[in-house]
Design a protein around this ligand. Structure first.
Ligand code: PBG
Length: 338
């Protein structure tokens, strides 16, 4: 392993020697970002020809299924391996139990089937969580006090994941943080012969204020109002707990694990990679994206440079890849660079 202590014997040791020329900077470079590391999260809604801007996420739009197909084509051309789908559900379909999530004719299963038919080589990932479907914006079924009930929620999540698998999705990604959901979903998938459906578990998902713009994008912010997700998402103060969450998800059948948010949680990402050596992903969430966009729009930061640096940081911290709204923009730069 690396020794982190530099020699005190200057000038025998001059770290700047390796940094002096472009060739040796390239030669000693430890990490590299490629298009293969990127997962592109997109918002999908009903309609035709829709490209509706999300105000708190400049450059991000909500797509209807037809306009989404063009985005998928672009992902393939740019060698982005996976597209991740997040639904914007009509208010009329939202209920307290979010059961629309398990409708085989719902928006997401239809879009998955279309994508897999048109672009079989593009990996498709779907979020497993009820918040886009519930009238209260929470990720589960509530009791009379507004507390999210675990097992009744897992029952619906299981049905949601099965519906997505039946539609042909490659990866299901439970982002709900209910206990035991990975095991329940894995068992249900195996029982129905969906033995190759991968589970990317949002294992260490924190109750973060960085999700604000996402909740605008899927339209759950207003439903959620002033309530929070502290009884199921993790406390941002906790680090050991993340390792216990990841360990449980691996035992329950996760193929890949995730830490979310990204940049403020790089310590957790490194811990998880070191502890388990699993395929490990970070989610650079909506608020992280919005911060970079806002600073760049003000001329305070160089957009492209900060974007690429932020993505490389996930690799350095031990990530095998990153879910990022910058995926297309970053992949274009990577392609130009050859
Ligand atoms: C749904 C979900 C959320 C995000 C991904 N899946 C929001 C939340 O948990 O409130 C956030 C993604 C982002 O902020 O970019 N459970």
């Amino acid at each position: 392993m690396t020794s982190f202590i530099l020699s005190a014997d200057f000038p025998a040791a001059r770290p700047r020697r390796n940094r002096r020329d472009e060739f040796s900077r390239r030669l000693v470079r430890e990490n590299i970002l490629t298009a293969h590391d990127l997962i592109y999260p997109v918002f999908v809604m009903e309609g035709k020809g829709v490209q509706e801007p999300v105000p708190s996420m400049p450059g991000v739009v909500r797509y209807s299924p037809d306009t989404l197909m063009k985005v998928a084509e672009e992902c393939v051309a740019l060698q982005i391996p996976v597209i991740a789908l997040f639904p914007v559900i009509d208010a009329g379909l939202k209920t307290p139990d979010g059961i629309e999530a398990a409708n085989p004719d719902g928006l997401i299963p239809r879009v998955v089937a279309q994508l897999k038919a048109r672009f079989p080589e593009l990996g498709v990932l779907t979020d497993v969580a009820l918040d886009p479907y519930t009238s209260h914006g929470q990720d589960g079924v509530l009791d009379e006090n507004g507390y999210v009930l675990n097992e009744p929620t897992v029952e619906i999540l299981k049905r949601q994941a099965l519906t997505q698998a039946q539609a042909g999705v490659d990866i299901v990604a439970p982002s709900d943080m209910m206990d035991g959901r990975i095991g329940a979903i894995r068992e249900a998938l195996e029982a129905q012969q969906h033995i190759y459906t991968r589970i990317m578990a949002y294992s260490a998902k924190y109750a973060s204020a960085f999700y604000g713009p996402f909740r605008d994008a899927v339209g759950s912010a207003a439903n959620l109002g002033k309530s929070n997700k502290f009884t199921y998402q993790m406390d941002p103060a906790n680090r050991n707990e993340a390792l216990r969450e990841v360990a449980a998800d691996i035992r329950e059948g996760a193929d890949m694990v995730m830490v979310k948010p990204g940049m403020p949680y790089l310590d957790v990402l490194r811990d998880v990679k070191n502890a388990f050596g699993m395929p490990t992903y970070a989610y650079q969430v909506s608020g992280e994206y919005a911060m970079i966009k806002a600073a760049a729009a003000n001329g305070w930061l160089d957009h492209d440079k900060v974007m690429m640096e932020s993505l490389l940081a996930f690799k350095r911290a031990g990530g095998d890849g990153v879910l990022t709204y910058f995926a297309i923009a970053a992949a274009k730069i990577l392609k130009e660079q050859g």
